[in-house]
Design a binder for this molecule. Structure first.
Ligand code: A2P
Length: 285
């Protein structure tokens, strides 16, 4: 089986999981989950806003037996939608649990530090986040959410959470790739004992055409996607490549059978320029 990282709850999380953003509709989801399970993926990353929790849960319930697997063999992540931030958080998390219908969720994240419908700088955002966190802590206490964490939090959001929480976050999931190496957030997570997890390791697919990535891929005799994913996992950072294509799902997973030289690792890291392909949370109060 693939390498995993130990979360501060003691739970093991696989270093590679399937991102499911934009996987939509029962056939699409089922095809991707089937390909992923066949390729060895045991972790799946969903979210309320992806609108595929029900399809993912159904696909897993139907397909796990085909691979001789049970619920306990897979690690399921989902996320609280920004529209449910605050007083609706309990309801939102319970809705995710019901949609997935897998008994429990391994990891549940606050998707975004802001609240849908409020301006980013709104003073109510910190209170809403605290209220959401308290709901997640309660469901964690009940065993319905095995681990809880956050996504898209900045260093300031993280520090405030660490100072006020009863249960510390297990994971911070943020955009991470060679053009956005996030040194500050990574060292903060190390200090706090929080697992730093990557999304958009492929830069939404756009980094696959980067000339440096292409050259390193040629040196390593690997695909650009494998090089980008290897760079993340070789840093010990769990990654969540998204693909709906069975062949790419399979190939993207072939990152545990080679090592990149320090020189190649450094060439990729030197691309850091703070570039984001996704939303910037730094303005959220
Ligand atoms: P597709 O679903 O058609 O494979 P990220 O995880 O950084 O958000 O990137 C996901 C995007 O990259 C998706 O558009 C996905 O498209 C594409 N993608 C994923 N793996 C590969 C690959 N190995 N080669 C080319 N494109 C890929």
């Amino acid at each position: 089986s693939w390498p995993s990282v130990a979360l501060n709850t003691g739970l093991q999380m696989p270093l590679l999981g399937l991102g499911t953003y934009k996987l939509c509709g029962p056939e699409d989801v089922r095809r991707a989950v089937d390909a992923a399970l066949a390729a060895g993926y045991r972790a799946f990353d969903s979210a309320a806003v992806y609108r595929n929790e029900a399809d993912l849960g159904k696909a897993l319930r139907e397909l796990l037996p085909k691979y001789g697997l049970t619920r306990e063999d897979v690690f399921i992540t989902s996320k609280l939608g920004p529209k449910d931030q605050g007083e609706k958080a309990m309801e939102g998390a319970l809705h995710s649990l019901a949609q997935l219908d897998l008994g429990y969720i391994d990891l549940y994240l606050i998707h975004w530090p802001g609240t849908q419908g409020l301006p980013v700088a709104d003073e109510r955002n910190p209170g809403n986040r605290a209220q959401s966190w308290a709901s997640l802590e309660e469901l964690h206490g009940q065993g319905k959410l095995k681990a809880i964490g956050v996504s898209n939090y900045t260093a300031a959001h993280m520090t405030a959470l660490m100072q006020s929480c009863k249960v510390p976050p297990a994971v911070l999931q943020v955009e991470f790739h060679p053009r956005l190496c996030q040194p500050e957030l990574r060292s903060l997570c190390a200090e706090y004992g929080v697992c730093f997890q990557a999304y958009s390791s492929l830069g939404k697919g756009e980094l696959l055409a980067d000339p440096v990535i292409l050259e390193v891929a040629k040196n390593c005799e690997r695909t650009p996607a494998q090089v980008l994913l290897r760079w993340a996992v070789q840093h010990g950072v769990p990654a969540l490549p998204k693909s709906s294509n069975p062949e790419r799902i399979l190939r993207n997973a072939e990152v545990f059978d080679f090592t990149m030289s320090d020189a190649d690792m450094d060439r990729l890291s030197a691309l850091d320029c703070g570039h984001r392909f996704c939303w910037d949370p730094s303005e959220v109060a």
